[in-house]
Design a protein around this ligand. Structure first.
Ligand code: SF4
Length: 381
């Protein structure tokens, strides 16, 4: 399969769909040497089952393992680290990966516990986990999702699981887009298998899964993410890290050059279209805009993903109950969140970074329920 192609398959037998896509893509020819160490990088952002729309279905990873073992590639390991605020080991357990690793006798590397080292990524020095150096061939297995800060998350942003928690926080102080783009120079992803089964199109941590029942494969993370922007109704200007990654040479953002091929059960191409055309299978895949409905009430200065992701649904609950506007009016200002508020004062802040504010919700990150209750209490006091 060449870099300008994306293959897609729809159905519910995720293991076999994945295996057959890898057959058509001829993954074994991409890897070549059977002794290579193959790293599989799923998304285990938090300890919730894949059906919630946040984490990679273990069936997709199982399809990859079965394909690799069928062709004699047995040097396989899985590596991932959850976001700041959750422990990878819990996600490893709850998302079905302990069972998967035991069944196939695979090593799992928890990047939250791994050592790390500095890597110069096209002029930007970033800390990257040591385990990345063990991989001769990296298979990225992201979930296609919305994201409350970057609008979309798929191939490029999924690599954030391979940096230490300290660097994840640092990413947010750099505005996320630039470091995500530059990370693509520090970690090469050789092949991508996308879990597009039921990702949440608003929030990275899931909760509102949108069923699509699709698995896709691609080789160019930038072209793939450009296509995801289009699928979710975003212009490339609304997801700056994609353009930036193209600019520094990590792939192409030229959707006109992209060929999308949809396969049927017999692996025949039943539809082919260019990346700049509307996808006839997914013209209903649009973001619900929940984030836009509540973002007017937030002043974000470099917040961590987990912190903002806990605030957003709390605000949405208030919005649905007709309380958000009342909170906003009573505050007379926006709700503050983010590392840029450290040492500053204000009226109402989210998380320990805002501990000098008149009112703040404790935690790093604070829980969604605690934020919701604190804002209700503020309204009623
Ligand atoms: S409190 Fe500050 S450091 Fe902690 S998660 Fe929130 S933004 Fe990040």
């Amino acid at each position: 399969m060449d870099k300008s192609t994306i293959l897609k398959k729809y159905g519910t037998d995720y293991i076999n769909m994945t295996m057959s896509l890898l057959e058509v893509a001829n993954l074994k020819n991409h890897i070549q040497d059977k002794d290579k160490c193959i790293a599989i990088k799923p998304n285990l952002v938090c300890p919730t089952p894949a059906s919630y729309g946040a984490t990679t279905h273990p069936e997709v990873v199982e399809g990859i393992i079965l394909y690799l073992q069928k062709y004699g590639f047995n040097n396989i390991l899985i590596m991932e680290g959850s976001w700041v605020g959750d422990k990878t080991q819990e996600a490893f357990e709850y998302c079905g990966y302990r069972e998967l690793c035991e069944r196939y006798n695979l090593e799992f590397v928890d990047t939250q516990k791994d050592k790390f080292h500095k890597v110069m990524c096209d002029g930007l020095e970033l800390n990257i986990c040591d385990c990345v150096d063990r991989a001769d061939f990296m298979i990225n297995v992201p979930v296609l999702k919305g994201h409350c800060q970057t609008n979309i998350t798929c191939a490029l942003k999924n690599m954030k699981g391979l940096i230490p928690n300290t660097e994840k926080r640092h990413f947010h102080t750099m505005g996320l887009h630039k470091p995500i783009a530059h990370l693509s120079k520090g970690i090469k992803q050789d092949f991508i298998v996308v879990d597009h089964i039921c990702g949440d199109l608003d929030f990275e941590e899931g909760g509102n899964p949108i069923k699509t029942d699709c698995v896709m494969v691609a080789c160019d993370p930038v072209l793939l993410d450009s296509y995801v922007c289009k699928l979710l109704g975003y212009d490339l200007d609304q997801v700056p890290y994609v353009r930036l990654a193209a600019k520094i040479g990590s792939g192409s953002d030229d959707l006109e050059s992209l060929k999308v091929k949809v396969l049927n059960e017999e692996n025949q191409v039943i539809k082919e279209f260019s990346g700049d055309e509307d996808d006839p299978y997914e013209n209903k895949t649009i973001v619900s805009g929940k984030m836009l409905e509540v973002s007017y009430a937030v002043e974000d200065i470099d917040s961590c993903s987990a912190c903002y992701a806990n605030l957003a649904p709390a605000l949405y609950r208030l919005k649905e109950e007709g309380k958000l506007d009342k909170v906003y009016k009573k505050l007379g200002s926006r709700i503050s969140i983010g590392q840029g508020n450290r040492g500053k004062t204000g009226t109402f802040g989210i998380g320990n970074c805002c501990m000098k504010f008149d009112n703040y919700v404790k935690g790093c990150p604070p829980k969604e329920d605690d934020i919701y209750e604190a804002l209700c209490k503020f309204l009623n006091d």
